[in-house]
Design a protein around this ligand. Structure first.
Ligand SMILES: NC(=O)c1ccc[n+]([C@@H]2O[C@H](COP(=O)([O-])OP(=O)(O)OC[C@H]3O[C@@H](n4cnc5c(N)ncnc54)[C@H](O)[C@@H]3O)[C@@H](O)[C@H]2O)c1
Length: 353
């Protein structure tokens, strides 16, 4: 028997969830809820058996709905998700999981207390390319990670509730959380932002995160770039990979090139620049299946509910992303100072207030 779901929010992103839950055999899309009735009607189209609802309260009072997928603006997530969990529904919530860590922790607590699945839609983690990258890192194909450089720039809508870091960087941070062994656990972050059009929030952002072992990750997010670039580079001691998401012919290239240390002794290395040598080799572009990530999201959400397990991108992964964003906001306010990242894990108490 299919699980019954309602999608809340039928703006820009909601229709993609509607399409995927509609076409997935594990799910039966029962209703679409939006404060704007016309928007919800437009998404489901004419002569559909899917119902339109404008009241969240009425929607959640129904006992023929097992789960909700929330695609409303970030500032509304916690109220909607907490109400859905209180009504006994499993929840898939869009990124960022919430606009504050305290709210995200409350959501995680509430889901655990009621034995419900809380999944964050970290969409990119369900793409074949990100699965491949995780595999390459885990299998040691890249060697030790030395640097990560992510560019996610395009002409974007200035969001009413969040700046460019909170809007776009959840993608990069959730990918890092997914591919790095042990997840995303940097100690500190520096954020630099700019608002040259005076919109009132950062529209251009740069994040720098020192990683374990002396490596460095850098993320550039930008709403003001007329050219769309989605590029992710991971340099390792053995190989370097370049993921160009705008190039479906060759989305992922693995270069058998890296740096070799002539000496394992770091002190010796500092004295002798010549101790570092570069190795040049072939490039390999693995064949990757073309799959819509949201189809995999819908499958994983259903599987987590049926198997009574945490989904691959659970509330905690949403919270780890917020840990970095929260510190990034503090760094931005401190003119780009390197700010310590505090883990909010201790906020997750297991007791619901
Ligand atoms: N996973 C991704 O790749 C991806 C891409 C884009 C956006 N998003 C996320 O999706 C979410 C929505 O973004 P968007 O760009 O679609 O926003 P949007 O403003 O275009 O749409 C939001 C919709 O939610 C409705 N809404 C607001 N409050 C509501 C409530 N209480 N009950 C019912 N409906 C309500 C609004 O009427 C609107 O139609 C955000 O969290 C955003 O970060 C994710």
């Amino acid at each position: 028997m299919s699980l019954r779901i309602a999608v809340v929010g039928a703006g820009y992103w909601g229709p993609n969830l509607v399409r995927n839950f509609r076409s997935n055999p594990a799910w039966d899309l029962v209703a679409v809820c939006d404060l704007d009735e016309a928007r919800a009607r437009k998404v489901i189209g004419a002569r559909s058996t899917v119902e339109v609802e404008t009241s969240l309260e009425r929607l959640l009072a129904r006992d023929d709905i097992d789960a909700v997928a929330v695609a409303t603006p970030a500032r509304t997530h916690s109220a909607i998700v907490l109400a859905a969990l209180a009504a006994g529904k499993h929840v898939l919530v869009e990124k960022p999981i919430a606009d504050s860590r305290v709210d995200a922790a409350r959501m995680i607590d509430a889901a655990r207390a009621r034995g419900l699945v809380l999944m964050t839609d970290h969409t990119y983690c369900y793409t074949p390319v990100v699965s491949k990258i995780a595999e390459l890192i885990t299998d040691g194909v890249l060697g030790e990670v030395l640097f990560i450089d992510s560019v996610r720039i395009n002409l974007g809508l200035v969001q009413p509730d969040v700046d460019v870091f909170w809007d776009l960087a959840p993608h990069d941070l959730s990918i890092l959380d997914f591919v790095l062994p042990g997840g995303l656990r940097p100690d500190s972050v520096a954020a630099h932002g700019a608002d040259p059009l005076r919109t009132g929030k950062a529209c251009i952002g740069y994040l720098t995160m020192p990683l374990a072992g002396g490596a460095m990750a850098h993320v550039h997010v930008n709403w003001l770039s007329p050219t769309k670039i989605r590029q992710f580079v991971i340099g390792g001691t053995r190989r370097t990979l370049v993921w160009d998401d705008q190039n479906p012919q060759q989305r992922l290239a693995i270069y058998d090139r890296g740096v070799d240390f002539a000496s394992a002794n770091p002190n010796e290395l500092q004295r002798e620049a010549a101790a570092i040598s570069y190795r040049l080799g072939d490039m390999h572009a693995p064949a990757l299946p073309e799959q819509e990530a949201l189809g995999n999201v819908a499958r994983e959400f259903a599987a987590a509910i049926i198997e009574r397990r945490a989904p691959r991108t659970d509330g905690r992964s949403g919270l780890r992303v917020l840990d970095v964003l929260d510190a990034a906001s503090r760094s931005l306010a401190a003119n780009g100072d390197l700010v310590r990242i505090e883990s909010a894990t201790e906020l997750v108490t297991g007791r619901v207030a």
